[in-house]
Design a protein around this ligand. Structure first.
Ligand code: EPU
Length: 378
């Protein structure tokens, strides 16, 4: 009878529990159950994955697709966990991407082609390329997260975006199990956006969210390197130090210092970097805001639109240092939401989202602009 009872329970609660009953203990891949995710998200939110597979190469993904129980589960890809807010335990099968590897894959007349496994730490890649004598990624030093996540939101900082240094990537199609490569145009990069952020409605749909898992990324680093120094923070460093022709290593050191002074180190204070995107507005909308708030920080874009500093808008609404439960607005950069409870008393994802919504409402009421969150809410 117990077997019967067991199978009845399974059929009632469906897929996820059936999986927990674990007909898959003999599965060849590295499957773990009830895995604490606190160490795997930079906010330090406490939540668990019911099931997690560590993906070290394509064969681990193929094993998931070949497993009759695992292949039917919803999936959640996890990189460095630096751009997510966990609002509860994750019921989907977590694919934790740990593909290793850093190498010079090729060189052309103009570029070094560097290939990195999706599981490599982004900052370690930046440091490694400089150690090897391949400059070009230095402005993006200290961005938290993994290499595999970098194309997803087209990371960028201090005047350089991933798309400026990107060559191609390899990804696996979770519908078909095929590995395919994409060039920059095929990735559809724009400001903090790519095809990997857009849902796939079907086989002909261009969106690849939920469909493709990035396993390797290649970067084209210029042999005739030129420094990118067009940011006020970097100009200030040049003035302060008197160094007007910095090399890539010098810029790397400056960027690390600038970020450490302004942004919280996730190892010390949990956070997911900028919580909102910088909004763009028409010149008319901007003129309207300037008429009311002459100090609004804004930048003219090449296409005629104007980018506003979301951090300034939030700051102007008086949010620095404000909290909801253990979630708070960082007191040195209003664009960053932080976990004020540390590891022992962490904020919840619900507190982070309540705070985020309150910020959106107040910025909307004052400026008529709806801020768009940057991290993925799970
Ligand atoms: N500002 C304020 N108050 C604040 C925060 C900012 O007045 O509380 C003002 C600053 O004084 C400055 C302007 O807003 O004049 C812009 O601030 P900052 O230079 O710090 O850059 P940001 O626009 O807030 C963006 C990226 C960062 C990236 C930096 C440097 C986005 C959403 N954020 O921040 O990226 O490091 O520029 O390039 O585009 C990330 O995406 O996680 C991230 C950290």
């Amino acid at each position: 009878t117990s077997t019967k009872f067991g199978s009845q329970t399974v059929s009632k609660v469906g897929m996820v529990l059936k999986f927990q009953g674990c007909q898959c203990d003999n599965s060849p891949m590295n499957l773990e159950k009830n895995v604490p995710l606190q160490p795997y998200n930079t906010f330090g939110i406490a939540a668990k994955a019911q099931a997690l597979v560590r993906v070290r190469d394509e064969s681990d993904l193929r094993a998931v697709l070949a497993d009759p129980h695992l292949s039917t589960l919803p999936r959640q890809v996890l990189g460095g966990g630096s751009n997510i807010v966990l609002t509860g335990d994750v019921k989907a099968l977590v694919l934790k991407i740990e593909v290793p590897g850093l190498r010079l894959a090729n060189e052309t007349e103009k570029h070094w082609i560097i290939e990195a496994g999706a599981g490599e730490n982004w900052h370690d890649l930046v440091a490694w390329t400089l150690d090897q004598g391949y400059p070009g990624l230095e402005n993006m030093a200290l961005i938290p997260g993994t290499v595999g996540a970098s194309p997803v939101q087209n990371i960028g900082a201090y005047g350089v975006e991933l798309q400026d240094r990107f060559e191609s990537l390899d990804a696996m199609d979770l519908f078909t199990g095929e590995v395919f490569s994409l060039n920059a145009a095929q990735c559809g990069f724009s400001y903090r956006d790519s095809v990997f952020k857009h849902a796939s409605g079907g086989p002909d749909d261009l969106g690849l969210a939920g469909r493709a898992v990035i396993v390797r990324v290649r970067f084209a680093l210029p042999k005739r390197w030129k420094p990118e120094l067009g940011y006020a923070d970097l100009e200030r460093k040049m003035q302060d130090t008197g160094i007007h022709t910095p090399d890539a290593r010098q810029i790397f050191d400056w960027i690390c210092a600038i970020r450490r002074a302004k942004l919280p180190d996730p190892a010390v204070i949990g956070n997911a970097g900028s919580f909102f995107k910088n909004p763009t507005v028409t010149p008319e909308q901007c003129a309207d805001i300037i008429a009311r708030d002459p100090k609004v920080v804004h930048y003219h874009l090449d296409d005629g639109r104007i980018k506003l500093a979301a951090g300034w808008l939030i700051d102007a609404c008086g949010w620095k240092g404000k909290t909801v439960g253990h979630a708070g607005v960082y007191d040195k950069q209003a664009l960053v939401l932080v976990n004020k409870g540390g590891r022992d008393n962490p904020c919840t994802g619900g507190e982070v989202m309540t705070l985020a919504k309150a910020i959106q409402t107040s910025v909307y009421e004052r400026f008529g602009i709806l801020l768009e969150p940057e991290p993925v809410v799970i």
